[in-house]
Design a protein around this ligand. Sequence first.
Ligand code: HEC
Ligand code: HEC
Length: 265
Amino acid sequence: MSNGESPRPSDQDAVNRRWRLWASTGAGAIVVVAIVIGFFVISSRGEGGVTGALGLDHVHETPEAVAQTAAGALPTDVAWTAATLGLLEDADPEAGRAIAVQTCASCHGEAGIAVAAAFPNLAGQPATAIFKQLSDYASGHRVSPMMAAMAQGLTAAQMADLAVHFAAETPAESIVDANPPAAIVQLVVNGDPARGLPPCSACHSARGGPVGTPPLGGQPAAYLEQQLTAFAAGERGNDIYGLMRAVAGMLTPAEIAQLAAYYGN
Ligand code: HEC
Ligand code: HEC
């Protein structure tokens, strides 16, 4: 029977195994993307979305509910409720600028372009991203003694004023890497299904990602590397659903350095 045209059973098995591997990693990647869209995009529309369907919304509803949760179990006190988004809608950028001149300019610059590479740029970041980070510094969910001292002196309304002020400023120019490593471009654009890594660009893109996502372009590369390393080690743990901790935890230190160089200045 065997005429050399059809593969031997063992070859056939190998082909099947390879196909099954790709099919399952592909399906895994689709599941990851679907979860991401469900949690971040749909729930950010304020209709309950997947978190509502899963009964997770009540977790954020009342201070009592938050207090009942074991200390440190939640990554943040910020929830994208109508009240939080309304605070940002009603915020006053001129009041924010006045505080920025007094309190933030010495490190971040009055218009949010940092004075040194040790400090992140704030100009052009979404107001949601700036507001969430300030709130997380004040509550201790993101740990930085320097920024905690700054944020603890602010009311939520002042954080919102500062957020809309910096959001309206022109972002730092992003110095584009002329010859980035192909494997890094691949991670940014396609992720790595074999590791279950979603593409960075699914969330960090010029078109804007899930609510509260900071842009990476134009930040000092050293700052981005430091933050990715902190997520990977769990030292920074204020990301909702632990997504950045999961992503960074799958990257090698070399990939972290190269991704920081790719995005950063
Ligand atoms: C003495 C220097 C200094 C001053 C003044 C300062 N910051 Fe910062 N800021 C930092 C440093 C350093 C970080 C990074 C800390 C870390 O590792 O989390 C930071 C981080 C931030 C971030 C997070 C940015 C990101 O991309 O995640 C925000 C938002 C921020 N600062 C807002 C402010 C505002 C608003 C003020 C004024 C009320 C202010 N900062 C004053 C040094 C400063
Ligand atoms: C599922 C969406 C998603 C994906 C995919 C994703 N990120 Fe993020 N990233 C976020 C969000 C949301 C935050 C803000 C977390 C918080 O609330 O503190 C963030 C924060 C960051 C920060 C901190 C920036 C700052 O200003 O402090 C860095 C650096 C970062 N991401 C890099 C990456 C890289 C590199 C990849 C790809 C390997 C990636 N991210 C993939 C959503 C994502």
